[in-house]
Write a protein that binds this ligand. Structure first.
Ligand code: A2P
Length: 268
């Protein structure tokens, strides 16, 4: 169903994945992942800090979908010391021998603090690709200045309303793919008039319009839902195209001024 993109390290990543931030561990998370796999998703994005890796792993095993067909991302909780030791815990909870992608969840203690450990995680084979999340332009350059293995990807909050154009261009020009979390504004952007008008014209839902915008702007996109019908709906975004005018109208919703920052307000 989904198409893939090749990262700078040569690995392929499906351009659409299910995000499970704020999805409760246990049945809610396991059901969401199961429904996503049934709907054809082959990419699940979790994190140590989400506390639901167990459920992701269980749903993956129960689905019967072979491990090597599913792209799994988790993120190092940078409140902890050692990315390698923490990855061991993730692998155990997920019930897998490696993750496809391991990200520094946010630049705690400075952008370079965890990078040596991340490189070790990749060299050990326990993380196929490594990258970062919530890193702004300055953070990216700081990592690149010390890296033997450059980050393959930066996962950031991104939508037409948070159109971080400078950050996206900064990353792409350095061969770092950009991945969108909260592409629906955690649901807040779904009621916007402009989005609704385009949805009506295209015969699509507002969620599909926002997801499609991220794809056409070159991002890998991670919508979250805990409802089976919405999970399926959010994946039906490969059979239509936004026009140039529609893309421009959505671009104009940006409230960040096209910033190079990863967030306006940080929690770290
Ligand atoms: P729910 O999980 O109850 O289905 P984001 O991906 O930006 O984090 O947004 C996730 C939010 O948007 C969740 O509250 C989710 O609700 C809601 N959502 C996800 N997909 C859809 C959809 N297709 N239609 C309506 N709401 C959706």
């Amino acid at each position: 169903m989904t198409t893939t993109r090749t990262l700078a390290d040569g690995r392929e990543i499906p351009v659409l994945g299910l995000g499970v931030w704020q999805v409760r561990d246990g049945r809610e998370c396991a059901d969401s992942v199961r429904w996503a796999l049934e709907a054809g998703y082959r990419h699940i994005d979790t994190a140590q800090a989400y506390g639901n890796e167990d459920s992701v792993g269980r749903a993956l095993r129960d689905s019967g979908v072979p491990r090597d067909e599913v792209y799994i991302t988790t993120k190092f909780n940078p409140g902890r010391k050692d990315p390698v030791a923490e990855l061991d815990g993730s692998l155990e909870r997920l019930g897998v021998e490696f993750v496809d992608l391991y990200l520094v969840h946010w630049p705690a203690g400075g952008p370079t603090r965890a990078w040596d450990g991340m490189q070790k995680a990749q060299r050990s084979g326990q993380a196929r690709s490594i990258g970062v999340s919530n890193f702004g332009t300055g953070d990216i350059d700081a990592v690149l200045a010390v890296a033997d293995i450059p980050p393959a990807l930066n996962q950031i909050q991104f939508s037409p309303f948070e159109y971080r154009r400078d950050l996206r261009e900064h990353c792409e020009s350095r061969n770092i793919a950009v991945e969108a979390y909260s592409p629906l504004g955690t649901g807040r952007h779904l009621d916007d008039k402009e989005v609704a008008a385009i949805a009506e014209r295209q015969g699509r839902t507002p969620a599909q319009i926002l997801i499609r915008w991220s794809l056409q702007r070159g991002l890998i996109v991670l919508p979250k839902s805990t409802h089976q019908d919405r999970i399926a709906q959010n994946a039906e975004v490969f059979d239509f195209e936004l026009t140039g005018d529609e893309l421009a109208a959505l671009d104009a919703l940006d409230r960040t001024g096209g910033t190079g920052r990863a967030l306006e307000r940080t929690w770290w």
